[in-house]
Design a protein around this ligand. Structure first.
Ligand code: NDP
Length: 448
């Protein structure tokens, strides 16, 4: 008999925690997991999944509009936020149930409560119950970061945005990253007046400059306003319930809702980490090695709480690698090279590998290829919106080291093309592949 209550105690049942729990259990470990909010975590409950459903819902605005050019006699359409919101939240409930079932079927004990560390191998639940475990995995994720300014309490974050009572007629969004651009697209398609307010002059830092510029240009054409170099000073709540946002270097803006999307910070506060000796970095993230082990040998961490790459599929890989390494006798290290990513803006962006600037810095001599085209569907629809595909090639080896795309279905196409980049294929390999015609993706093998 083990001297511990469990072999593994996981704090946080999000993407990383659930994967680690399930795999560790399938390797024969006795596993428990504590979750203070809802099983499924950010991605399933208040992130990727409900967001993507809203993106689909929003895109109907363009599809319905364009359908007329394809011969459909579409009567005047009205969008009903309550219907979409309730359907999305019902889908989230369904998925939460499935995640719970997965844990049950793997015989993982679930404590629907907060757990904190009280020792290297001991946690305390909110009701005072103390539980020992040979190993503890911290998978507590991240939480929206809200800068401090007067009136910030009147704003919402991505935690609340899925639950809005009604669709705001005017929305101000703080930040120029993933969430800001995705929700700007969503609200704009629903007919809200959207203003993105950014502290700097760059949206989507980290993405290739040409692709970012294209999104900016298309977003502005669609009616989204951008204010740059305009940090928030304060939010004032007016008697009629509207909010006035005061900005540096810019006139005040009045809106019905203000969404703060200025990044996410690792969820490490109040977990007892300092008392137990778990080291954090300067951003409050848990420091771990390649093996996901923290500065305390019995304590590991995966996912956003480690602030490596804040993406669900990365957290899942880390959870899997941890469980396989520690409980499955199969030491596995996650490979962070060429991780594809997407922004589900309107239109969406997909990218893998180095941007042109990164490649120039790292490799020196590179070749770039671009295809700047209007998807045939957009041509017939009279939609003046151009897609842009960009390939970065190492001139010395002919290897494709980066692919960057904006246009309809770019993430769907990019995921498949990312295999080629990951595999180290060359421009010649792309050229040798016969085009699939007519498609947008064929542009990737026709770049000149
Ligand atoms: P991002 O990191 O994408 O963007 C943050 C934005 O806020 C940047 O424009 C940044 O400006 C700005 N900002 C940062 N700090 C401040 C501050 N103190 N005051 C004013 N502005 C500030 O964060 P998001 O919140 O959009 O998303 C969080 C994370 O969630 C993402 O990094 C991503 O990993 C993940 N995510 C992924 C999605 C996907 O895969 N499609 C979708 C949504 C989220 P600056 O550029 O100057 O730093």
């Amino acid at each position: 008999m083990s001297e511990f209550d469990y072999d593994l105690f996981v704090i946080g049942a999000g993407s990383g925690g659930v994967r680690a729990s399930r795999i560790a259990a399938s390797h024969g470990a006795r596993v428990a997991v504590a979750e203070e909010h809802r099983v499924g975590g950010t991605c399933v409950i208040r992130g990727c999944v409900p967001k993507k459903l809203l993106v689909y819902g929003a895109h109907f605005a363009e599809d319905i509009h364009d359908a007329r050019k394809f011969g459909w006699e579409v009567a005047d359409c009205k969008f009903n936020w309550d219907v979409l919101r309730d359907n999305v939240l019902a889908e989230v409930d369904r998925l939460e149930g499935l995640y719970g079932q997965t844990l049950d079927s793997h015989k993982v004990t679930v404590f629907k409560t907060r757990a904190t560390l009280i020792g290297p191998q001991k946690v305390r639940l909110a009701d005072g119950q103390e539980i020992s475990a040979e190993r503890i995995l911290l998978a507590t994720g991240g939480w929206p970061f809200v800068p401090e300014f007067p009136g910030s309490e009147h704003a919402i974050t991505s935690n609340e945005v899925f639950h809005l009572d009604k669709l705001p007629k005017r929305v101000v969004i703080a930040g120029g990253g993933y969430i800001a651009n995705e929700f700007a697209g969503i609200f704009n398609e629903f007919g809200s007046k959207v203003t993105i307010v950014n502290r700097g002059d760059t949206i989507l830092r980290g993405y290739d400059e040409q692709i970012r510029d294209r999104l900016l240009q298309i977003s502005m054409t669609k009616g989204i306003d951008f204010k740059f170099n305009a940090p928030f000073q304060s939010i004032e709540k007016n008697d009629d319930g509207t909010l006035t946002v005061h900005l540096e270097n810019c006139d005040a803006i009045t809106a019905d809702a203000v969404l703060i999307a200025t990044g996410r910070t690792p969820n490490t506060k109040g977990l007892g980490l300092e008392d137990v000796g778990v080291e954090l970095d300067e951003h409050g993230a848990i420091k771990v090695g390649d093996d996901n082990q923290s500065s305390v040998p019995s304590i590991y961490a995966v996912g956003d709480v480690t602030n490596r790459i804040q993406l669900t599929p990365v957290a899942i890989r880390e959870g899997q690698a941890f469980a396989d390494s520690v409980f499955g006798g199969k030491p596995t290290v996650v490979d962070y090279k060429n991780v594809p990513s997407a922004v589900f803006s309107h239109p969406p962006i997909g990218a893998v590998g180095m941007t042109e600037a990164e490649a120039r810095n790292k490799l020196g001599s590179i070749r770039t290829y671009t295809s700047d085209f209007r998807a045939m569907k957009n041509v017939l629809a009279g939609r003046n919106e151009r897609a842009l595909y960009k390939m970065i090639v190492n001139a010395a080896t002919d290897q494709v080291v980066g692919l960057h795309m904006i246009g309809p279905d770019a993430p769907e196409i990019l995921q498949a093309a990312a295999i080629a980049v990951k595999a180290g294929l060359t421009k010649a390999d792309f050229d040798a592949t016969v085009a699939l015609h007519p498609s947008m993706a064929e542009e990737l093998v026709l770049l000149k």
